[in-house]
Ligand binder design. Sequence first.
Ligand SMILES: [Zn+2]
Length: 342
Amino acid sequence: MSDLSNPKSWLLYALLACSLALNVVMLLNRTPSDEANEAPAVSAEIETAPAGTGAVTAAAAPDSAEDAAAQPAAAQPEPDSSPIAGWAILHAKVEQSLARTFQLAAGEDGDALASVFTRLFVWDLDLRRDMQAGDSVAVVWRKGADGLPEIAAGSLQSKRLGRTLTAYRWQAPDDRFPSFWHLDGTEAPLRLRDSPIENYEQITSLLKDRPTHKGMDFKTPVGTEVSAPLAGTVTRANWNWSANGNCVEIRYDDGVIAKFLHLSENRVAEGQRVSAGQLIALSGNTGHTTAPHLHYQLDRNDKTVDPLEYHGTLRRALKADQIAALQRDVADFERALDAPAG
Ligand SMILES: [Zn+2]
């Protein structure tokens, strides 16, 4: 190893840092932030929208286009100033919107960071409507191997709620993926009752996020089990493959039509009866999609229904010993969020 007191070593480190930064920039240019967080299955919704609704034009434009165009060239985060190795800490007052706030605070990573951050608190607050001047955010984050932001902890001080929401990334012992948890041991994201999928990393899109997107997206690796939330009859399979990929449509017994898109494998055939909880498919990344996920969509009389309202939601809670482990594991991040802006 080279000696840090040697000026030549510093030059080497500086060059290395520059080339790393350049790589990250190139990576981001190759993978626009709206792809990973929002792009899944856009054209599937075009295909399944009723004719003549104008959904084609609307859906073709990413809804972050406006924000992206106005994006300023702000400074990069400075991980070196962080007391937690490898993690950047950001404190900011909310400016206009969360997207704008993160654009100003995190530059070119702002849009992607805002998307990930939004997923922590969208369950408790309408982040488009309820943000107020004087609200503030804090986040501990870093750029993941894929160039996209990873959040370890986030907080949102909300005047509307009159309190501060916080969430910490942590993997419960029985879970296949980390999730986000409040310090009291309740999970930050809500879960769907009778969910078509139990094991997923994250819900990346809700109906209320984007008016042009007609379903919920569950980010999950290819091959994850998908089951029928309710009893019904398989009405279609693998229609409009170029957009939907392998797909299954089930008419629940109450007449609601459920669509499961981008599957790797179908396990049911048209006309087949399925019972609630029955395995119907494995999730995938087929059709028009940019990342492995399950698109789950409900329609009643050709009108889109929000799965959160239709199925209802639940909020998981950890057991006492797990809460103690959570609090111990995230203590450093808790201190980082609390530290005053500087
Ligand atoms: Zn989708």
